[in-house]
Design a protein around this ligand. Structure first.
Ligand code: SAM
Length: 451
């Protein structure tokens, strides 16, 4: 039974990892999809275990591949068939990170290879894992450090090389190391009260009664979860929409936008809806919010969540935020632009491996087109927040300069009550948070006005 379980678990994990790589799903989304096919009384326990494996393997992928590639000859782990590569990664992870007995780790992976492929490939993986067993990672890292310091940091902390170079340049060596370390810590949960159903004081009491320790934050309707007995998502108040899980910096955007009751608001990149719902909550279901996104799947999830949260003033629109145009103009706009997600590595480690310079250049073109379109949709005297979960200047401050110099926006001197200020000559007027400083996503916010 135990053995059967082990095989099933390794197959599931390799399936999920392969979907994450090939279809660019988040680990959570891929896990949900694969577990739709799984049944049995232990499903929840196995799901928890699989989630932990997938999350950690995505986090440590660069270091895992460094170990694999140090032993592989004539080929690289990323050149193997994706499913086979992921089985090998699981073996390396169990042996070198989880410190599982090497013979057991090797055996459970080799069994799956034998079943899914053939004896030859099972022998190949067996030989590689046997060699990895005796491979000294610390010595290999030491020699890498002598050859190439940046690559050493990139492998040691398992971050893309471009990111390591970028943050050293941006923050200096010491702070960059703090950020890399912080990105690898476990995720911090923040919860925002739904004012249509409760208030912060009642939520604090409810959490205390349910053995969740939480603290106030600089954002008035958000609590920081310090520790808990039962996972937050199993609590009745979560299921009934009395509160949502939302990152601290993300929950600051709606306050900066400061919507007023009865206003007409546009959200140009809305799904999965955290900020749209927050604005709806602050407006107490008055006025109208048009929530645009070009992902139908994400909009569908938003529709389900909206019902749970009691949100009634949002109209979902499946459209391109670069060209969407309404009959009337809007009082306020949220532009939480698609970006490199380089501020969310702690929450979504898989995004680390998705962006290169070319892809980032493309997403910056989308951000600029959305800024131009937001200007067209905004009333005179209307205001907009521009935000991203990126650490990069070209996706943030540079885009704000573009909005001012080329599009016609004015930058509002918003009195940010927490966080850091940004970079370049407009740096004093924008908001930034950093994972190592604020224990949340690294994030950017600026407030703009069409005068
Ligand atoms: C950063 S996420 C938005 C998160 C959302 N504002 C929230 O708080 O939950 C960016 C979103 O932009 C959407 N997107 C990307 N390109 C788009 C486009 N051209 N038009 C509309 N939406 C787009 C993606 O589907 C994604 O849902």
């Amino acid at each position: 039974m135990e053995l059967f379980y082990k095989i099933a678990l390794h197959e599931l994990i390799a399936d999920i990892l392969t979907i994450v790589d090939e279809r660019e799903y988040s680990s959570k989304n891929a896990l949900e999809r694969v577990f739709k096919r799984v049944s049995g009384k232990d499903k929840e326990r196995v799901r928890g275990l699989a989630h932990a494996y997938v999350f950690e393997i995505e986090k440590w992928k660069k270091k895992i591949d460094f170990i694999g590639n140090s032993v592989l000859k004539g080929t690289k782990i990323e050149e193997l068939e994706p499913y086979l590569a992921n089985l090998l990664r699981i073996g390396i992870f169990e042996m070198k990170f989880k410190k599982i007995n090497p013979a057991i780790a090797t055996d459970s992976v080799v069994r799956v290879v034998k079943e899914r492929y053939d004896l030859n490939r099972a022998k190949f993986i067996n030989a590689i894992l046997r060699e990895i067993e005796g491979f000294n990672v610390e010595n290999a890292l030491k020699s890498l450090k002598e050859r190439d310091k940046t690559e050493y940091l990139s492998v040691k902390f398992s971050h893309p090389r471009w990111y390591v170079e970028y943050v050293i340049d941006l923050l200096g060596y010491e702070n960059a190391i703090r950020l890399l370390l912080s990105n690898n810590k476990s995720q911090r949960y923040y919860i925002r009260v739904n004012p249509l159903k409760s208030d912060v004081d009642s939520l604090s009491e409810y959490l205390e009664e349910h053995d969740v320790r939480a603290a106030r934050t600089p954002v008035s309707d958000v609590l920081k979860v310090l520790d808990y007995e039962t996972p937050i998502t199993r609590l009745e108040w979560y299921k009934k929409g009395y509160f949502v899980i939302q990152d601290l910096a993300s929950a600051y955007v709606a306050h900066v936008l400061a919507p007023e009751k009865g206003e007409k608001i546009l959200d140009l990149a809305a799904a999965p809806g955290s900020k749209t719902f927050h604005v709806a909550h602050l407006m107490e279901n008055t006025g109208e919010i048009i929530a645009v996104d070009y992902s139908l799947e994400r909009l569908r999830k938003m529709e389900t969540k909206m019902k749970i949260l009691g949100v009634k003033n949002v109209k979902l629109v499946h459209a391109d935020g670069m060209t969407f145009k309404d009959m009337r103009k809007f009082d306020k706009i949220i532009l939480d632009a698609p970006c490199s997600s380089s501020g969310t590595y702690r929450q979504f480690p898989e995004v680390k491996w998705r962006f290169n310079e070319e892809k980032i250049k493309k997403v910056i073109q989308v951000q600029k087109a959305m800024i131009r379109n937001a200007f067209k949709n905004l009333k005179k005297e209307g205001e907009m927040t521009y935000s991203t979960c990126s650490i990069r200047i070209d996706e943030n401050e540079e885009n704000i300069k573009y909005a001012i110099e080329k599009v016609g926006f004015n930058l509002v001197a918003y009195p940010f009550n927490w966080g850091e200020r940004g970079f370049t000559e407009i740096g004093e007027m924008v908001f930034r948070s950093f994972t190592h400083l604020h224990d949340c996503n690294s994030f950017f916010i600026a407030k703009l006005k069409k005068e």
